[in-house]
Design a protein around this ligand. Structure first.
Ligand code: PHE
Length: 445
């Protein structure tokens, strides 16, 4: 059987498509707003540069060498300790968990594409009422669009790496970049741009408590798609002579650039036309539509293309969240791709319905524990706990378990003189930093 592989540029687009997602455009701006801007952004950027980048290369390495689903790849690289290391491969489960709320949020976005065509809220108050009434009392709309998201995502994954995932990214990623660049240029021409700039880049250290710190590090993993097997599974389908380091540089660069561009653009619009930046998860659904309203007819156009771009970003990430477990079911249980896609899809679809219910009046109470509902818990457990843990495991695995000679043979040709720096950061900086984060987490919990 001929195995479908990504083309070189296809791999970069798909991995960047995975990384650039709701995390960049929806989550990054609102958590930056919640945790006060500059200092938070700086911790996030330092984590990306110092730890994220090293682990991106390590994760690509495991997939590239293992060439199979995540569980098998770990086994292949640790022949002496198979029965222990295979458990590291179960980090892929985090992807399905993330999907339970990711698909619901993609559903909200699809709904906003349709409603923004017709009507924009004339004030933040109205926008807030519309959004909260969807969240608290409109089961049907959320269920309907979550179902559409489920069908689209499952269909694409069932088409496989080449004709499903690569094709999707070939079209949607350039479209996303064009839309965001156009909107960014417009933001650049507005007076409030400089205010947005200083909010994002002037650090106010007093705002940085330990929760903000844990969130910033967790977010760096989330946004780079690290620690849950997405990048690993894609890397297993790289062509043999793909330059891993070059690909990693592109993915990290595109992901960071798009998060910063999205943040600057949104805060500019919010300062210029609407309210401030500290609006929580409703930021792009409440403050932004109200700001678009102030722009007049141009606003409707901007709103629709903005939500389309957001949906594109979400879809290209969603397929990468499901693919690792699909690949696992195919490799280990002999499932057909269709059967694997439908069964894994059904999992996030059904649990996603509970996630919707956890926001609804009448259900909320029974689906909340300790001040967080099911949605918040899954988000917290995956982004703040499971992904950094997955990163810690990978840094130990590639840094200490896989023989150095093997790592060197594959990566030195690409890293050249930087190899010792990368290896050092993987063995010492990443594990220590991640360990501190996990300790910190115990305090936050
Ligand atoms: N990186 C994606 C985002 O920023 C989310 C994601 C996380 C995708 C983990 C795949 C794996 O939205």
């Amino acid at each position: 059987m001929k195995i479908a592989r990504f083309s070189k540029i296809g791999f970069i687009l798909a991995a960047a498509g995975s990384a650039v997602g709701l995390g960049n455009i929806w989550k990054f701006p609102y958590i930056t707003g919640e945790y006060g801007g500059g200092a938070f952004v700086l911790v996030y950027l330092i984590t990306v540069a110092l730890i994220g980048f090293s682990i991106m290369i390590a994760e690509m390495f495991i997939g590239y060498k293992g060439r199979r689903d995540t569980v098998t790849s770990f086994e292949e690289l640790a022949p002496k300790n198979k029965s222990l290391w295979k458990y590291a491969g179960f980090q892929s489960l985090a992807g399905l968990l993330i999907m339970t709320f990711y698909s619901v949020v993609i559903g909200w976005i699809l709904n906003y594409i349709v409603t923004s065509l017709i009507h924009l809220p004339s004030s933040v108050k109205e926008a807030e009422a519309t959004f909260t009434s969807m969240l608290h009392s409109d089961f049907f709309t959320q269920f309907f669009y979550h179902s559409i998201a489920f069908v689209v995502i499952t269909y694409i994954v069932s088409k496989g790496i080449k004709s499903g995932i690569e094709k999707l990214n070939d079209y949607l990623m350039p479209a996303l970049i064009i839309i965001l660049s156009g909107m960014f240029l417009y933001a650049l021409s507005l007076d409030s741009f400089s205010k947005a700039f200083s909010f994002m880049f002037a650090p106010d250290w007093s705002k940085l408590n330990s929760e903000a710190f844990v969130t910033a590090v967790g977010h760096a993993f989330f946004t780079l798609s690290l620690g849950m097997g997405a990048i690993m599974t894609y890397a297993a389908s790289m062509e043999k002579d793909t330059n891993i380091v070059h690909s990693a540089v592109w993915v990290v660069f595109l992901d960071t650039a798009i998060a910063l561009v999205a943040g600057l653009m949104l805060f500019t619009f919010l300062y210029q036309y609407g309210s401030g930046p500290d609006k929580g998860p409703g930021l792009v659904f409440i403050s932004l539509p109200a700001a678009f309203y102030e722009m007049g007819t141009l606003g409707n156009f901007f709103a629709v293309i903005f939500f389309i771009a957001l949906a594109f970003a979400g879809l290209t990430s969603a397929v990468s969240l499901v693919e690792p477990m699909v690949q696992y079911m195919i490799d280990r249980f002999g499932f057909s791709r269709l059967k694997a896609s439908i069964s894994m899809g059904s999992f996030f679809y059904l649990v996603g319905i509970l996630v919707i219910l956890s926001g609804l009046d009448g259900w909320k109470e029974s689906l909340s524990w300790g001040g967080k509902n099911l949605f918040d818990w899954i988000d917290f457990l995956t982004a703040a706990v499971m992904l950094p843990l997955g990163g810690l495991v990978m840094s130990i695995f590639v840094g200490y378990v896989v023989p150095k000679s093997e790592v060197e043979a594959t990566l030195k040709p690409y890293l050249k003189g930087y190899f010792p720096i990368w290896y050092f950061s993987l063995r010492y900086i990443a594990p220590v930093a991640l360990f501190v984060v996990i300790l910190n987490l115990l305090g936050v919990m």
